[in-house]
Design a protein around this ligand. Structure first.
Ligand SMILES: [Zn+2]
Length: 151
């Protein structure tokens, strides 16, 4: 199991997000630089202590860590304890129920499934959801429970 914070909340859920960026955002730059830019938004503009997400997935399917999985994230109000936040780059202008492929790449779909499987190997995940399951937002720009069918 993965436990978060001093209170050791067990991680049982993954929540998906998008960065609300255009497809060509920071194109040609390394993923580490993109993660640093998102971290800057969260730390400097929102005053958080670190990037809010635990993982970031680039357009080419590369994944990079954000906040440590053993730390409580900052990605869904009221649902940060015991959850891991994954952010897909892209999604600008997306609607909550768009088809995945309208805003994201096939490489991202594969990377997301791979990352979720890897996290499931480290902790007992009972639910994979989207930001839009908890609030009236488009994020991540698709219905997670429809895209990630069981099996
Ligand atoms: Zn979100």
């Amino acid at each position: 199991m993965i436990y978060q914070g001093a209170a050791r909340y067990p991680v049982t859920e993954i929540i998906l997000h998008c960065a609300d960026t255009r497809p060509d955002w920071m194109a040609g730059r390394r993923l580490a630089e993109k993660v640093a830019e998102i971290r800057r938004w969260h730390v400097q503009e929102r005053g958080w202590r670190d990037i809010g997400y635990h993982w970031v997935i680039d357009r080419d399917g590369t994944a990079a860590p954000g906040r440590l999985e053993t730390e409580i994230g900052a990605h869904v109000e009221g649902h940060n304890r015991g959850t891991i936040g994954i952010c897909l780059l892209g999604g600008h202008g997306a609607s909550a129920d768009d088809p995945f492929a309208k805003n994201f790449t096939a490489a991202q779909a594969a990377a997301e499934k791979q990352l979720i499987a890897a996290i499931k190997g480290r902790t007992a995940i009972y639910e994979v959801s989207g930001h839009n399951d908890y609030t009236v937002k488009a994020c991540p720009g698709f219905k997670v429970r429809t895209v990630l069918k069981p099996g």
